[in-house]
Design a protein around this ligand. Structure first.
Ligand code: SF4
Length: 301
């Protein structure tokens, strides 16, 4: 029982099987957009209740502070008693491992999929199947990285996105495990279907119009994929008034807010010096956000 996808990727619940969205016979981009609208409508009206929180994808505009937010949420999840797995799936931005206190960066998971043909053929795998060297840990948080574009002739990032998509799809989690992914900035990963098997999308939004507009697009795309738990985290907040205005702008675009993180000098200094994230107030704010995500609460009811 639960959410399934038809062979084309359209979501359906339990016995519905085909929701007649038209995606499989859509040819023009207008027809595909219309199919996506029908999927969103289906998700809004047909879902009895949201699925459990187990695979969280954190998205947002470049510069919104997405990676720092992932580190703070991972620590908050661990403090809440979850066994946390963090995957760095941002192909450009380095530093998430450092923010979590990881000393030895693991080998890129893209190498595991490239070199071990048998591994990429598996339909499912668990954390116990990840070979040594492809995972590091600090303070009980396990950390893996998809890989980075480091060389001018390395090729495009499609193979890295494919690795990320396979991990989200195939990794089977135990009951107390939760996966949190730092996605590539922007919405390209949605076009590649990386988030398809995530159950929760969190859009990190800094108080800027560009960031708010992008969050609106993220919401549309996530709902078009059949993901119902989608919400915003407002980051780098400098005043209550700015937080309230940003939240209102997000609501106008159909996006609810799970919570806000105030601008932190301590976090900015840690990022500048390459130290692990550490800020008592930010940790409390992240704990509230995690609580809201698990309890389905938004800042406005
Ligand atoms: S109409 Fe939609 S749900 Fe039905 S098979 Fe085609 S893509 Fe899947």
């Amino acid at each position: 029982m639960g959410l399934f996808h038809c062979p084309l990727g359209a979501p359906y619940y339990e016995d519905d099987a085909c929701i007649d969205c038209g995606l499989c016979y859509a040819r023009t981009s207008e027809e595909k957009v219309e199919a996506s609208r029908k999927i969103r409508e289906y998700m809004k009206t047909s879902i009895p209740r949201a699925s459990a929180v187990s695979k969280i994808a954190v998205c947002g505009k470049g510069g919104s502070g997405k990676t720092t937010v992932v580190a703070l949420l991972a620590l908050a999840l661990k403090a809440a008693g979850r066994r946390v797995i963090v995957i760095d799936s941002d192909e450009s931005n380095p530093g998430l491992g450092r923010m979590l206190g990881i000393r030895d960066e693991p080998q890129a998971l893209s190498r595991l999929f490239d070199q071990d043909g048998m591994f990429s053929l598996r339909e499912r795998f668990s954390m116990d199947d990840i070979p040594a060297g492809f995972m590091s840990a600090a303070d009980g948080i396990r950390f893996m990285a998809v890989g980075k574009i480091l060389d001018p002739f390395q090729g495009c990032a499609c193979s890295l996105a494919d690795t990320a998509r396979q991990i989200v799809e195939k990794l089977e989690l135990k009951e107390d495990e939760v996966l949190i992914l730092d996605m590539e900035a922007g919405v390209e990963s949605f076009g590649r279907g990386v988030e398809r098997q995530a159950d929760t999308i969190l859009a990190v939004v800094e108080p800027s119009l560009e960031s708010i507009i992008l969050a609106g697009r993220i919401t549309q795309m996530a709902q078009g994929m059949g993901i119902s738990r989608v919400g915003a985290i407002i980051n780098k907040v400098t005043s209550d008034a700015i937080a309230a205005r940003t939240e209102q702008e997000l609501e106008n675009r159909g996006l609810k807010t799970y919570g806000a993180l105030n601008y932190s000098v301590a976090l900015a200094e840690a990022a500048f010096e390459g130290r692990p994230v550490s800020d008592r107030v930010a940790a409390q704010e992240a704990a509230i956000i995690i609580d809201n995500v698990y309890n389905g609460c938004m800042t406005k009811q």
